[in-house]
Ligand binder design. Structure first.
Ligand SMILES: [Zn+2]
Length: 210
């Protein structure tokens, strides 16, 4: 018999969530609270790239997909986690070549997944442009990562490599509990229409033998 294990790989999104340095922190404003009010009602105020989220090509290319237009096949399907926790600084082509890439949805697990996320770490593990080109050549269609961005500075060099080819990006995954293997990914952004990024709940499904 088989049982499905579910691993939550989403970041908690609240006022303490570490966001991009230029962005204000998320504000979950309590509008109504019981017992004073009839119900609990909260006003959400945060950027489209806060917490675990999808980057749509529209972020850099105004004529390309917004988050609501990304095909479900990019957001749900067989995926592969690559364990790159041995990388201390930058993920290079050499580091990627140590792993056989067998799927078109790839999640890169680095030591960022073990960061307590108390403050923004400008020296988080990043990906080299050559590493990005290598993943493009491997036919990756969706790429997930465990920090706010693949790149340390906001120059969007890597974002251009991926988004110009309409490769879907998932940022701020928490992959501590995922191992190097294949899973089934579900990562659906909320259906806000016409924008560049949207928060998402991401889970991995794992088939286990009982
Ligand atoms: Zn983003």
């Amino acid at each position: 018999m088989k049982k499905t294990n579910i691993i939550d790989i989403s970041m908690d999104l609240n006022a303490k969530t570490i966001v991009w340095t230029a962005d204000p922190p998320p504000n979950l404003k309590p509008i109504l609270r019981k017992p004073k009010d009839e119900c609990n009602f909260t006003w959400l105020d945060f950027g489209s790239h806060a917490g675990t989220h999808i980057d749509a090509p529209y972020y850099l290319y105004s004529k390309k997909w917004t988050t609501d237009k990304i095909p479900f096949a990019r957001l749900m399907g067989a995926c592969q986690v690559l364990d790159l926790t041995d990388v201390s600084n930058t993920i290079t082509v050499q580091a990627l070549k140590r792993h056989a890439i067998t799927r078109r949805i790839i999640l890169l697990k680095t030591k960022n997944s073990y960061d307590p996320m108390k403050k923004y770490n400008p020296q988080h593990v990043d990906l080299s442009p050559e590493g990005a080109d290598y993943l493009v050549k491997k036919g990756v269609l969706t790429l997930g990562y465990d920090y706010q961005s693949f790149e340390r500075e906001g120059k969007n060099i890597l974002h251009r490599i991926f988004l110009s080819r309409s490769i879907t990006l998932i940022d701020n995954l928490r992959l501590k509990h995922a191992r190097e293997k294949e899973y089934f990914l579900i990562c659906l952004p909320i259906k806000v229409t016409g924008i560049d990024g949207a928060p998402a709940r991401a889970i991995l499904l794992e088939q286990c033998r009982l």
